[in-house]
Ligand binder design. Structure first.
Ligand SMILES: [Zn+2]
Length: 159
């Protein structure tokens, strides 16, 4: 499966935005404390766009792709970079929100002991992150996130 472009590198205080970018399917890494030099080096290595809240980082003269994120609300932040993104149904929900790895389908029978009983009974499709072991299913939390994405990416608003 071809991965979505662009890839992102996020700096301080953008943890929630990172989760939403991963939910959309974007390869997104985040570094809490990283030197300017390393940030640029890592971004260039993987052709990542840097998203930062630091005006200082955003203003540096050196050539690399970056955006200054102004808002401190994660959904508004997503709105700010909407022009870089797309809502692609084949890509949503394909990446671990915690560690950015691609998720794998896992048979329902293998995970009965690892999810709450009511979840297991109600859902048929599950995905697993092989790095952190987190199991995902399309429950109410997922639907809630999806609705918020639709509000941002689909222009038509329901009244
Ligand atoms: Zn994971």
């Amino acid at each position: 499966m071809e991965s979505l472009k662009p890839r992102f590198l996020l700096t301080e205080n953008l943890g929630r935005l990172a989760k939403w970018l991963r939910l959309l399917g974007y390869d997104t890494v985040i570094y809490k404390s990283i030197s300017y030099h390393n940030m640029v080096r890592l971004a260039l290595k993987d052709s990542r766009i840097i998203l930062t809240r630091s005006k200082k980082d955003a203003d540096f003269k050196r050539r690399f792709s970056r955006r200054l994120i102004v808002s401190d609300k994660h959904l508004d932040q997503l709105e700010e970079i909407k022009d870089l993104l797309q809502l692609n149904n084949d890509k949503i929900f394909t990446r671990c929100l915690i560690c950015n790895r691609i998720l794998y389908d896992i048979s329902k029978n293998k995970i009965q002991d690892f999810v709450p009983e009511f979840v297991w009974e109600r859902h048929s499709k599950f995905k697993l992150c092989r790095k952190c072991g987190k199991i995902y299913w399309q429950g109410t939390h997922y639907k809630d996130m999806l609705n918020k994405l639709k509000k941002i990416f689909c222009e038509v608003e329901e009244s």
